[in-house]
Design a protein around this ligand. Structure first.
Ligand SMILES: Nc1ncnc2c1ncn2[C@@H]1O[C@H](COP(=O)(O)OP(=O)(O)OP(=O)(O)O)[C@@H](O)[C@H]1O
Length: 340
């Protein structure tokens, strides 16, 4: 796989003026991104996650050319984003879940017509892409509606189409499923999976929803204080933090705690409902099969840990010096922080 995104020792330092007295201002520096290195191959779909203020948006802004790095080397499709922002704009698409790039008061189709002109998309290509995106994202009935009248899920699908009209090779997605209901989330994820499989679009996905990562990304990168802390499969991240999922079991009647065999264990019992914790890196299927075969079941559901917990536990395990074990990923102990 050829490297499509190259980030090599990249730094971003912001100068911040802080008010310290009535007329006094102190200048300080915030190191938002710190010696960050990674590569993403063409056609990869990678989750890019981390706690609030970790440096995710700053990285994406440098990758789009909005911000210039303070140091290091960055390339996207062989282009230096800060130097050739306009040329790069034709190769990338960006979706911010919390903001829209669509014109609020105009019918959806008018935003697309404006993008057609802005990106100078050849007419035939624009028409073909629009047809395909309208069909895949179910936008046909929405095209004549002003954007402000769309629901959040409809608007998000509209934004994703807008980011793809010019056929970009890489798509940056920042919280594309935030605030969406289950059905809309599924639609967005199905679409992204198809886009990646059919057109080989490279995707960098920032999200607080673990299921986005689980369903879309084979690889996940975790950043904290501007540094890469983990790069590998999601299962490895779960192992590193020893995070757990919980199986909620509704039995036909009250029974003694279920004996599901190690490492699963009952952590709570309330009448006929029992909660079993098991390692998040393991599949739930054998556990479910065993319980279904041996107990009178009414219902079952699996609760995922939230992404903040998984990240916090992984970072704690690095801090503990327990390391991340044989995860198949690359947990990165914080080398300088220990001595800083
Ligand atoms: N323009 C700026 N000026 C000064 N500091 C900034 C600026 N932009 C970001 N920062 C700081 O850089 C750090 C990284 O911020 P960034 O927005 O990249 O984090 P993030 O991982 O995207 O967080 P979140 O998940 O909250 O969006 C934070 O400490 C933030 O306050």
């Amino acid at each position: 796989m050829t490297d499509f995104i190259e980030v090599d020792g990249v730094e971003k330092v912001f100068d911040v003026r802080r008010k310290t007295g009535f007329l006094r201002r102190e200048r300080t520096q915030v190191r938002a991104v710190d010696s960050l290195s990674f590569t993403v191959g063409r056609g990869e779909m990678v989750g890019y996650i981390g706690p609030n203020g970790a440096g995710k948006s700053t990285t994406i802004k440098m990758l789009t050319g909005i911000l210039t790095p303070s140091g290091g080397r960055l390339r996207v499709a062989g282009i230096d984003p800060a130097r050739e922002r306009t040329r790069l704009a034709h190769r990338i698409g960006v979706v911010f879940g919390q903001r829209t790039t669509l014109w609020w008061d105009l019918p959806l189709i008018d935003s697309y017509r404006l993008m057609h002109r802005m990106y100078r998309i050849p007419d035939a290509r624009y028409a073909a892409n629009l047809d395909r995106l309208v069909e895949l994202l179910g936008l046909a009935d929405l095209l004549d509606r002003p954007v402000r009248q769309l629901s959040l899920g409809q608007r998000m699908r509209g934004d994703i189409a807008a980011a793809l009209l010019h056929d970009p090779d890489v798509l940056y997605l920042d919280e594309p499923t935030i605030g969406l209901d289950v059905v809309s989330k599924a639609k967005v994820r199905d679409f992204l999976r198809e886009l990646n499989a059919e057109r080989g679009t490279t995707v960098l996905l920032t999200t607080h929803d673990l299921q986005d990562i689980e369903q879309l990304c084979k690889r996940v990168m975790v950043i904290d204080h501007g540094r890469m802390m983990y790069d590998g499969p999601l299962a490895g991240l779960h192992e590193a933090g020893e995070s757990e999922r919980v199986l909620v079991v509704d039995l036909e009647r009250e029974l003694p705690p279920i004996d599901a065999g190690a490492p699963a264990r009952v952590v709570r019992v309330e009448g006929p409902r029992q909660w079993l914790a098991f390692p998040a890196s393991a599949s739930a299927a054998p556990l479910v099969a065993r319980i279904a075969a041996e107990y009178p079941l009414v219902d079952l559901s699996v609760r995922e840990p939230d992404i903040e917990t998984v990240i916090a536990e992984m970072l704690r395990s690095l801090g503990d010096g327990r390391g991340a074990g044989n995860t198949g990923g690359t947990p990165k102990p914080p080398p300088d922080r220990a001595t800083a």
